[in-house]
Structure formats: structure tokens, C-alpha cells
Design a protein around this ligand. Sequence first.
Ligand code: GLN
Length: 455
Amino acid sequence: RSAVEITQETLERITTLEPKVKAFLTVTAENALAKAQQVDQKIAAGEEIGILEGIPIGIKDNMCTQGIKTTCGSQILANFVPPYESTVTQKLQAAGAVAVGKTNLDEFAMGSSTENSSYQLTANPWELTRVPGGSSGGSAAAVAASECVVSLGSDTGGSIRQPASFCGVVGLKPTYGLVSRFGLVAFASSLDQIGPFARNVEDAAIFLSAIAGYDERDSTSLKVEIPDYTQYLQPELKKGLKVGVIKETFGDGLDSVVAERVQSAIAKLEELGAEVKEISCPRFRYGVPAYYIIAPSEASANLARYDAVKYGIREDAENLVEMYTKTRATGFGDEVKRRIMIGTYTLSAGYYDAYYLKAQKVRTLIKQDFEQAFADVDVLVSPTCPSTAFKAGEKTDDPLAMYISDLMTIPVNLAGLPGMSIPCGFDEAGLPIGLQLIGNVLREDILFHVAHAYE
Ligand code: GLN
């Protein structure tokens, strides 16, 4: 089939499913068809084609797309049309991908259920009364519902892996610095990282090969050669591969059915020839408290730019201070305001040492736990989340319950490591469960290798 036909089919599927799933904030049908036409012309002319030529993709709505509204799920950016393109989306365009739209997210990527979007609720395609996870819930749901083949998410504390787990798809948060953040609207800059959602490991490998790489416009971008990640996909597991099971992630609060399925997945890895051993990461449990100081601190600084002058909406006011306050009061939702207040507090004189600095020290200790673990094993495994997808509304009044759902993913961001969630079964209700694989710095190769052999 031609790229135009594939795009048309995808757009039709979106039209049919969106009233129920609501994964997209903007569908860019015209642009997609125009791009598909270009692809077909290129193929007809016998030109060299990119690795994603004609493939329909979704883009989380916190990545800037030139001339296409980029809202971050926030009212404050309701009218924001970026004058420039983010590096990732530019690379995808160059690789021939056909972007079909911008996907829903928790406002400024703050949340774990996509319920903090100020626009719409996205449903979990497996069971519409349940959340798709978050914050990249739209991107995960879109791939799970086959409204696109692959999509882009961002992960600050679990926002790719947790929704991947809830929606039964593959989700990868690469090593910090592997994928350029240029054009990604900043939440917590030292933690944010862009990565793929896909229906299988191979698609994720192809997609990462297309988006990774050094970018001089991102000062934290790593100067490393990017391999073709598909070369690590082999049917058999490498001999002597050591898998560490993080003991602490099997403690209190873990659903028994999740524990069971993840244990069977680990048993399967052993059958495939892996050497499995238990590993202790004793400081892991301080991840959530440290994260909820570091992330809000960085967010409070990053979100100071929404001053009604440079971006987005502006409320009428008598003077400058009133303009700031009125705009920010109406433009930001409750969770974003909560984070700004926490972050402003933890960074303020007198409290900085007690909170922010302390949290940074904890971050170092968590890194040390991982360093010790990787002296012993090649890859670490854990459940991705303590539970399967919860019901919409179940945790909206209890921010702490919501924060806890990232228990197992947050330490990975604090240490800057690559983490992947792959489907590993279902609970009694038929909801998907995710297995998390964690690699050492820049060892995406091992994650792809193990995930593919498992799959
Ligand atoms: N759920 C976490 C938070 O609310 C992580 C979000 C993310 O990774 N963007 O901060």
C-alpha cells in the first residue's frame, strides 16, 4: 500500500476511535496527507528513503511542532503555536515519518493518569473506565489502540514506562542525554528525557535509532555514536547474561497478581539462559520523596517563563503584577500550582539546605545503589508499577496515592539510566502488566537484547 493509503486508513481509524479513546488533542490530517504524498513521490522517483518513511506517528503535546499548536495540556498555552520545531520531531520528519497528531498529557507532564490534562480525559483502550497512565497517556493509548504505529513520550519520573505498562505496549526512557530535549517544553530539566512507545521491541529500536544523537542545541546532550539498535535483537539470549531482581520492589503495596506475573517473567528469563540473582537497592525507597523535592524545584523555575508576555494566554489587568497573577491563576491547573508552591518553598533561602540539597544527596546515594548493582549484573528487573490501570477518578483527590504509582520508575530518572517497560501478562480483569528492565548508562543495547529475547 502507498503511504497515502496507510495514512488515510490511520486517519479513518482515528475518526472512529477518538470519541471513545480521546488520545489526541490535535489531529493533523492535512499535514499528514501532504507528507504521505511526498513520501509516495519520493518512492516513485526511486530516491533513497528514510527508516520511518510513511510510518504514522503520534507526538506528545509537550514537544514543539512548528505551526502546530502545542498546549502541554495546559490552558496557559491554549493558543501557543511554536515558531520552531523540536529536534526529535525534525529528525522524525527527516526519517520520513508521517505525524498524525499531538497527544494528550497531564498538564506540563505532571501526573500519572493523564487526568491532569485541562482538555480531556483519555481512556485506557483495554477498559475505557480506566486511566491510560501518565503523563504520556495519550501517546500510550494511541499506540495501544493502533491510532498510530509508534509515538513519542517524555519521562521525568515514569511518564513513558508507567503508561506503557498500563496500556500493554513497549515504552523506553533512554539514558539522560541520549535524545535531544531541544523543543521539549521543560518540566524538570535534569530528569526529563524523550523516548518511544511501540507495539513491539523492534519498532522501539528502529524509532530510537531515528531520534537519538548529539545535538548542539541541548547542552546536556551526549556526544556518542548512535548504533542501529536493531542489531541487538537476536532470538537467543547472550550466554552468561546476569539479571538482578531488585528485592525492594517486591515489598508492601505491590499487587499480588503483578508480583506473580513479574516473577513468571523472571522465571522465563532464567529458562532462556539468564543467570538470575537478587539485588538490594536499599535507598530506592527514598526515590519518591527526593523526586518530589527536586522535580517541583526545577519545575517552579522552568514555569516562571509563563508570564503572559512571551507565551500563551494573557488576562486583562490594571498593572504588571496583576497581569502575572491573573494569567497564572487562570492558566495553570491545581497540580501545576501545587508543584510551583512546593518548588518555590524548597528553593527559598533558609530551606534550600534542608530540602533541596538534602534531596540531591539522596539522589547521589540512589545512584550509588545502582552503581553497586551494575558491578554485579548486566540488567536489573522490577515491576514497572505496583498495580494495573486504576479507575478514572480513583486517585484524583489523593495526590500522594498518585505519586506512589511511580515508586519503581523514579529512581531510574534520578540516576539518569535507561529503563524500559515491556508487557508481561494480564491481571484477572484482563488489564496489562509491565516488566521494567533497567540498564547501566548507555546500555540501551542490553535492554533491547533482553526485551526482544523475552518477547
Ligand atoms: N508522575 C510523575 C509526576 O507527576 C512523573 C511524571 C513524568 O514522568 N513526567 O511528576
